[in-house]
Design a protein around this ligand. Structure first.
Ligand code: NAD
Length: 374
């Protein structure tokens, strides 16, 4: 790596460990909060209520109405509830959908946000909010939406079935992988991304072997924390752009889509990103990173193809068009032909094959070389 980079640190307190959700009340006290609104998805309502009970009389109300991709009307209701209750803090308990709703409450009311994540999505580590209106998801950066405190308790992830854990964990692995070849990679982001990939790759098979193992769940959750940090600290590329299009325009579910597309994008990108490839090979303990990720999808029982997730074959042209409409950083030039090849394999769950065409500005590495490189 060239010795020239920028790195922007971010504030934030992390409390990590089995059973530590019991310390949420102490964390709220530390911040001087007296009236806290707790938001979650309907499916996590019981778990959120149990977690919220540690707030004691600091709990102002529980709002279990979060929905994926934060529909504007859902966000408006939560903001109104926070104002009605005179909330001076918000706690989001759940996956990216709950945290996403908490972020809008924090953005629109100015109260601090605390997060208690129950998936590996990583939203709790970023200052990025999202809201969906008229079928379009808008996103933005705002320092007020970055949780001031995150309590990671692996016991809260025990209820994730292996398939959900696998898809969410591979979603996290995608943050780490794209950080390793990001245009703004730095020594610290590379180290954290490699650590994230190691924890996720080691932990997920342990979760599969024993879903009730708290240490296994803790290993994956630790990887997810590091991966979320990566998401906030580096610019994401083709993989995230494609998944954003598939989720935003075609309504495909977030984590399963990431899990499914990752191997195919890595087969396309890694020949042009040898440093990232080497780091991922070391982290995953393999000579064939895309092949290993593809095998993990099958071993862990994640969704096998984009068709299974609901993408019609005739949508491919539109995805290609959207994913290549604006230029963005990627280790390999993003061409319609390349995206089409990725989607053709992902659509049917075929093994990742890479794609024809130039691998970098000099066009030196081609698909046929991948066998040697990976
Ligand atoms: P999610 O929060 O919608 O959770 C998926 C499902 O799993 C939900 O039904 C939820 O109730 C359930 N669930 C959550 N935790 C569980 C547990 N421990 N046990 C059993 N079931 C559980 O999905 P997600 O993948 O966590 O998050 C996806 C959303 O987060 C998307 O909208 C995505 O855009 C957003 N996101 C935003 C950022 C950001 O930086 N702004 C980052 C990552 C993801």
């Amino acid at each position: 790596m060239e010795h020239r980079f920028e790195y922007q640190g971010r504030p934030g307190r992390v409390v990590f460990g089995a059973g530590r959700r019991a310390e949420l009340g102490a964390e709220a006290e530390r911040l001087g909060l007296r009236r806290v609104l707790v938001v979650t998805t309907p499916g996590r309502a019981d778990l959120a209520a149990e977690t919220a009970s540690t707030l004691g009389d600091r709990l102002a109300g529980l709002h279990p109405h979060a929905v994926m991709h934060v529909p504007a009307e859902v966000a408006a209701r939560a903001v109104d509830r926070a104002r009605e209750l005179g909330a001076d803090g918000c706690v989001a308990v759940g996956g990216g959908s709950a945290v996403g709703l908490g972020k809008i409450v924090a953005r629109d009311t100015g109260v601090p946000l605390l997060a208690v994540p129950t998936t590996y999505a990583g939203s709790e580590a970023t200052p990025i909010w999202g809201i969906t209106e008229d079928g379009r998801k808008r996103t933005g950066h705002d320092p007020r939406v970055l949780p001031v405190t995150v309590v990671y308790d692996p016991e809260l992830t025990l209820s994730m079935p292996v398939r959900l854990a696998a898809e969410s964990g591979l979603n996290a692995l995608a943050h780490a992988a794209e950080t390793l070849y990001a245009p703004d990679v730095s020594p610290v982001t590379s180290l954290v991304a490699a650590g994230a990939a190691r924890s996720l790759a080691a932990g997920l098979p342990r979760v599969l072997a024993d879903p009730s193992s708290v240490p296994a769940r803790a290993e994956v959750l630790q990887g997810a924390w590091l991966a979320g940090w990566c998401l906030a600290s580096a610019t994401m590329s083709l993989h995230h752009k494609l998944c954003h299009t598939l989720g935003g325009t075609f309504g495909l579910p977030h984590a399963p889509t990431h899990a499914n597309v990752l191997a195919h994008v890595l087969a396309f990108n890694l020949p042009a990103a040898p440093v990232a490839d080497a780091a991922l090979r070391e982290a995953l303990g393999t000579d064939d990173v895309p092949g290993r990720v593809h095998a993990l999808v099958a071993e862990l029982g994640a969704a096998r193809s984009l068709a299974d997730l609901g993408l019609p074959a005739d949508a491919v042209d539109r995805v290609v068009e959207l994913a290549t409409a604006d230029p963005y950083a990627n280790p390999r030039p993003v061409t319609p032909e390349g995206v089409r090849t990725i989607l053709a394999a992902a659509l049917v769950g075929a093994p990742p094959a890479g794609a024809a065409g130039p691998a970098g500005p000099d066009g030196a590495v081609r698909t046929s070389d991948r066998g040697r490189i990976a």
